[in-house]
Design a binder for this molecule. Structure first.
Ligand SMILES: [Fe+2]
Length: 360
């Protein structure tokens, strides 16, 4: 069931959001323009791939996929954007996870899926072609650093799978791409999509310990600097990687990080985008699929259940506070989309520096 069919079959008045209107017709600020899901950290594993991975990760990915078809009382989205680690991958048997992901999940989606490279998708191999062969075979070339537009918004998708890298040629390439993408999308409100967060998504000291890896944020801070230099147009940074659900605002930019569905907690994010606001709701996997053995921040791994000052219980530390699970972001000034932009997915790859070609 697509979104239009879902709306027809829903009981009139039960949904507060508006119908999709035809492309090129101007909409008022209060009307919804589009809806999208943000998926990350699903950690899909091909059956028979051994014991590594997260309990019930494939079942939770199936639940998320069913949500795109109007099941589980959720309205379908217009597209799904990934913030990375959709496959568990990473090991030598990484290649097997991609065909399984493609045939069992992605090929069955009724809406476009926009990929993003996470560290599990290439073994932290940002900028190393041989480490990205499986990812490139699944999605095609050009899906590491790219941009797309929809309904007046620009999305900059940036590969931060090598987030640990100190400033070097690879991170310089990453940052120069982002500079060119901002120039290309000048005048549009922007979402930046990155697997690894640009800032600490919990209090820094407990976060470093509970996450336990050095990639708790992108180490080359030039990327954050570039994004914040465009704070007049950047609505939000969409990210994942940490396996907890968090939302915070810094220097006028929202940073939004669902836990992903693979582990515990298990969330993806649904965004309803209006002319004057964005409504965000975290979507929690059904209770029968939740397994605390998938929690990487708790006593099973660390001997203590982590918390921080603003998340005084472990449940709030991993699931987020209520205002991180549902919120409305007001759009003002340059963050408001032009109201005549088409509701059409336009994807652009860079064939060479600043030579953009539309591929979808
Ligand atoms: Fe990751």
């Amino acid at each position: 069931m697509n979104r239009r069919e879902f709306m027809k079959t829903s009981v009139a008045g039960t949904l507060s959001v508006g119908m999709q209107y035809p492309a090129t017709v101007a909409a008022s600020e209060g009307e919804r323009r589009f809806r999208f899901f943000l998926w990350n950290d699903m950690h899909v594993r091909a059956p028979g791939s051994g014991t590594r991975g997260y309990p019930l990760s494939n079942e939770k990915a199936l639940w998320a996929a069913e949500c795109t078809r109007g099941k589980h009382s959720l309205e379908p989205p217009d597209f799904v954007v990934s913030a990375g680690d959709i496959v568990h991958g990473e090991g030598a048997d990484l290649d097997g996870d991609y065909p399984f992901l493609k045939t069992e999940f992605l090929d069955k989606l009724p809406v476009p899926f926009l990929p993003c490279a996470g560290n599990h998708e290439n073994g932290q191999g940002e900028g190393i072609p041989e480490k990205n062969l499986a990812y490139d075979k699944c999605f095609g070339t050009g899906w590491h650093n790219y941009l797309f537009t929809y309904g007046g918004f620009g999305f900059i998708v940036v590969d931060t799978s090598g987030a640990d890298r100190a400033p070097d040629d690879v991170t310089n390439q990453r940052n120069r791409f982002v500079e060119r993408a901002f120039a290309r999308l000048a005048g549009k409100p922007i979402f930046v999509v990155t697997h690894v967060p640009l800032i600490a998504m919990r209090e820094e000291e407990p976060l470093r310990k509970s996450f336990g890896f050095t990639s708790w944020r992108v180490a080359d801070l030039k990327l954050l600097e570039l994004v914040e230099a465009h704070r007049d147009t950047v609505v939000a940074v969409l990210c994942g990687h940490i396996h907890l659900t968090g939302v915070c605002s810094r220097n006028g930019i929202w940073h939004i990080m669902p836990s992903g569905t693979g582990g515990y907690p298990s969330d993806f994010a649904a965004f309803d985008v209006f002319g004057d606001r964005i409504e965000l709701h975290m979507q929690k996997a059904p209770g029968e699929l939740l397994d605390r053995k998938g929690d990487i921040h708790d006593s099973r791994r660390h001997g203590k259940d982590y918390t921080d000052t603003s998340h005084p219980t472990h449940d709030s530390y991993v699931w987020g506070n209520p205002d991180e699970r549902a919120l409305t972001i007001a759009l003002e000034g340059k963050k408001c989309p032009l109201n005549t932009q088409p509701l059409e997915l336009c994807v652009y790859h860079e064939k060479a520096g600043d030579d953009w070609q539309r591929v979808k």
